[in-house]
Ligand binder design. Structure first.
Ligand code: OGA
Ligand code: MN
Length: 312
């Protein structure tokens, strides 16, 4: 059995040494990565040289690929710059390869990545592993931070654990955009994106530990008034993103960072958007859970029929 050579960076992030991600991942490689991910939740592979096809092949070996919001055609109408639709363009570059003007739709929509989130938590299945690969880094800023949701749960006081354990939250893809004042979506587009309901407290299907599943996509709690729910979600998010739960990644060209979207949240940090920053992301879907984990994930789904996103 293959084991990765790991150097811990924080309690939940580790750097992997001597692993070339270009080589096709056999069952041994998949098992080694999954086991390291279960243990750590964020893995950093330095000095990789991945083209688009190799990055997609790597991700496919780890599971079916997630399209995120690109699934909803009515909303995602921009030209795609990559050979694969499954590759997310995390850059400020136009389809023609120029740095985009500040008010370009792509810049505006990627700015929401600077709010704490779990990829695709607004849909089912949600994202499992995200793999972000750095192609061009800006001079200043543009780091990515990760927060561990298992540590967040463990550190809650008992009264808070009892309070949140029975609750679920509605995750809606446009909430982060609305928060930033990006409200140009038509009623048809808003409706085309269906929210997902997730329990606030879950057992992480991979590490077996409990997690506090919050993030910026969580915007309502069924059965609770909107202001009370928003305050609670903000409080929990603040708790989950304390400095001691965070790994901050400073990008170098050729880094591939892989994270588990159930066990962690992440956000991009400020950079000057007139400078070029280019990353590509491939993400797998969380499928094939145990029956218990499936039924937990399905909890709250019955409430969705009555749910209507409140914007005003
Ligand atoms: C992402 C993301 C953050 C960043 O690619 O999913 O949130 O730093 N990126 O660009
Ligand atoms: Mn993201």
């Amino acid at each position: 059995m293959l084991t990765l050579s790991l150097k811990s960076l924080t309690p939940f992030a580790a750097e992997v040494h001597g692993f070339d991600l270009r080589a096709p991942l056999g069952p041994d490689g998949v098992a080694a990565i999954e086991s390291a991910m279960d243990q750590h939740a964020v893995l950093v592979f330095r000095d990789q040289q991945l083209d688009q096809d190799q990055q997609i092949a790597l991700a496919r070996a780890l599971g079916p690929l997630d399209l995120g919001l690109r699934r909803v055609r009515m909303v995602q109408t921009r030209a795609h710059r990559f050979r694969h639709e499954e590759l997310a363009d995390i850059s400020n570059v136009t389809a023609e390869g120029e740095v985009a003007p500040r008010d370009h739709a792509k810049i505006v929509s990627n700015l929401a990545n600077q709010l704490w989130h779990s990829d695709s938590s607004f849909q089912k299945p949600r994202a499992k592993y995200s793999m972000l690969y750095s192609v061009v880094t800006p001079q200043t800023g543009g780091d990515t931070e990760f927060a561990d949701l298992r540590m967040a749960w463990d550190a809650l006081p008992d009264w808070r654990k009892r309070q949140v354990e029975p609750l679920a939250a509605v995750h809606y893809a446009l909430h982060s955009r609305f928060m930033l004042g990006d409200t140009h979506y038509t009623p048809e587009q808003r409706d085309a994106i269906k929210p997902a309901v997730w329990p606030l407290v879950q057992t992480d299907p991979r590490s077996g530990r409990k997690i506090l599943f919050v993030g910026i996509h969580a915007c309502e709690i069924p059965g609770m008034s909107l202001p009370e729910a928003r305050l609670l979600l903000l409080d929990l998010l603040e708790h989950a993103t304390q400095r001691e739960f965070i790994y901050r990644h400073q990008w170098r060209v050729g880094d591939l960072v892989m994270w588990d979207n159930t066990a962690t949240l992440h956000r991009g940090r400020y950079f000057d958007i007139s400078e070029r920053r280019e990353l590509r992301r491939a993400t797998t879907e969380e499928v094939g859970l145990s029956p218990e984990a499936e039924s937990l994930a399905a909890r709250g789904a019955d409430q969705i029929a009555h749910y209507r996103y409140q914007t005003a």
